[in-house]
Design a protein around this ligand. Sequence first.
Ligand SMILES: Nc1ncnc2c1ncn2[C@@H]1O[C@H](COP(=O)(O)OP(=O)(O)OP(=O)(O)O)[C@@H](O)[C@H]1O
Length: 294
Amino acid sequence: MFTDHTVPALDVADVTHHFGRQNALDDCSFTVPPGAVTALIGRNGAGKSTLLRAASGLLRPEAGEVRVFGETAGDDSLPRIGYVAQQAPLYPMLTVAQTLALGARLNPRWDAARARRLADDAALPHSARVTTLAPGLRSRLALVMALAKRPDLLLLDEPLAPLDPVARTEVLGTLMADVAERGTTVVLSSHVVADVDGVCDHLVLLVDGRVRLAGEVEAELAGHRIAVGTGSEIDALDDREIVEIRTAGRDATALIRTAGTVPAGGLAWHRPTLEELLLGYLRAAGSAPREVSA
Ligand SMILES: Nc1ncnc2c1ncn2[C@@H]1O[C@H](COP(=O)(O)OP(=O)(O)OP(=O)(O)O)[C@@H](O)[C@H]1O
């Protein structure tokens, strides 16, 4: 299908959603350009799954709008989306072969040869029932189903969590090949920062249902610095935007949002790694429970 590269693949505008009194998403806004590989990062309960469900069109947020390639997320955008929910929903009594056959019947854009190749690459036994597959293989079958649909936007909720390290590398390789061959836009959620380092070119960091960072990984890294020095030297940085300070004895390390220039003096400065950046924000956020007032 034609992709207009001036229109975001995913446009989340002022999205808010509650479950009862629980605030899952709070005024979230960001865009994902076509062809980007975006890490959706957040601690347990941060709102990642809710956001991906809203992007898939399966959950209608109570406020705000989600647009997929310019169309409101819903029935019309569904054919362009491959969505793999956290529990890899599949029919347990079908075999792998029957699952793939069902995919072919239900999806007009189904690529049968690709489905077979991906299933073989994942060493999925064609005659095995889904219920007998180990969690890692079930998750790989769900991914095969999503990729064989030839989606323009792939939404993956914790796709790497059930996989061993070798399978993780293989799945990431498969995803990157799809991005390179088809220009697929990928949004994948994780709470394991190391999983997405070196894979994603964009990030969205959710903290307690709010977007704390969103944009290109390179730009976000360039917009922050780590300062290392004594506690009093770090305290003297009070006019800067300090995200997090950690102390160990007399020494302190601070993650700071800055345009780039750093003051001369005793502090040692360096550009954060992606892990330092994300962990700094996640640690700073703490883990206070969220509730909305009645
Ligand atoms: N169906 C639901 N009913 C009630 N509360 C829900 C429901 N789905 C999500 N929540 C709550 O909304 C908040 C966000 O949940 P969500 O599953 O989106 O977070 P998450 O970042 O995906 O977490 P995890 O990493 O643990 O999967 C949490 O507090 C969760 O308990």
